[in-house]
Ligand binder design. Structure first.
Ligand SMILES: NC(=O)c1ccc[n+]([C@@H]2O[C@H](COP(=O)([O-])OP(=O)(O)OC[C@H]3O[C@@H](n4cnc5c(N)ncnc54)[C@H](O)[C@@H]3O)[C@@H](O)[C@H]2O)c1
Length: 281
């Protein structure tokens, strides 16, 4: 049976690794002895996290810049990781930006930005690193960060939630297509976390598409429509507590925290009822 030691001396890459959940993932991967490539649009944060991991765990690390919204940038970052660390066994495609907004307030530019970074950014990241995983043997995984929003929808999350549903759809197909090659795919569903997510989204939004806007009641309205609950907002460190075990076990899903299981089941019951009506007709 596989255990943590199967990850030792292998190579991990985390996008969006400069803070929050990505930095916490990097910490877990370095803790079990992996070399870690930390990529982020914020180069200073990426290099600082990479240095901290090398200092704390004595593993090889690399910190560099990537904009997953840009194909040339992702290609260049993948080449830089390959030069610095020699390849990739575990890829964490973790970048996601948030743009709150009621459906009738989200602009076409809002949609294009969120779709380009969250969906196409994930697709580009996997496309750039998959050849490296394929060139290696043994334990290999791709981890995609979705969101609890892709399991229980909420208001004001239209663009973000749509993008995270797409990440799930992409991940499901990817898992099926890579199964014969022994490359596992795990989809992560975090609920609310105390991170820089709103700040980093605001910073990463291209200036030419206008200012990042958050209406005063967006977050309260979103929270009221979902059952994850204020009291269940977690630290990223808590969210990754089962990451290594589930990665090694090749689990398809990682639910990190949050009290939304009942709401999820209520939704499934509505879907089941639609099957019942179809079968009775
Ligand atoms: N914070 C939450 O409540 C929450 C909940 C569910 C899912 N998530 C998801 O978790 C993931 C990590 O977010 P987080 O909460 O740790 O936020 P975070 O802001 O701490 O980390 C996100 C990182 O992504 C980077 N980034 C943004 N745009 C980028 C781009 N175009 N290219 C490369 N890097 C880019 C940011 O600089 C930042 O360092 C995201 O996919 C997010 O959607 C977050």
């Amino acid at each position: 049976m596989a255990d943590d030691s199967d990850l030792r001396d292998r190579i991990a890459v985390v996008t969006g690794g400069g803070s929050g959940l990505g930095a916490a993932m990097g910490h877990e991967l370095a803790r079990v002895g992996m070399a870690v490539g930390v990529l982020d649009i914020d180069e200073a944060n990426a290099t600082a996290v990479a240095k901290a991991l090398a200092d704390q765990f004595g593993v090889p690390t690399f910190g560099g810049q990537v904009d997953v919204g840009d194909t040339a940038s992702v290609t260049a970052a993948a080449a830089a990781v390959e030069r610095a660390l020699g390849g990739c066994d575990v890829l964490c495609a973790n970048v996601g930006v948030q743009q709150f907004g009621a459906i009738d307030r989200l602009t076409e530019d809002d949609w294009k930005w969120v779709v380009n970074v969250n969906i196409l950014g994930t697709v580009r990241t996997v496309a750039a690193f998959l050849p490296m995983l394929r060139a290696r043997e043994g334990l290999r995984r791709i981890l995609l960060t979705a969101s609890s929003g892709a399991l229980i929808p909420g208001v004001r999350l239209g663009a973000y939630q749509t993008s995270k549903y797409a990440v799930v759809g992409y991940g499901e197909t990817l898992r099926q297509e890579l199964a014969d090659e022994g490359i596992g795919v795990m989809i992560v569903f975090p609920a609310g976390m105390m991170t820089r997510h709103l700040e980093s989204s605001k910073l990463a939004r291209p200036a030419e598409i206008g200012e990042w806007v958050l209406a005063p009641d967006d977050i309260d309205a979103m929270m009221a429509s979902r059952s994850t609950g204020d009291e269940h907002v977690a630290t990223p460190e808590h969210a990754v507590r089962n990451l290594i075990a589930d990665l090694v076990d090749d689990q398809p899903y990682l639910i990190t925290h949050g009290a939304y299981r009942d709401q999820y089941h209520e939704q499934l019951a509505v879907l089941e009822a639609a099957f019942d009506r179809m079968e009775r007709s």
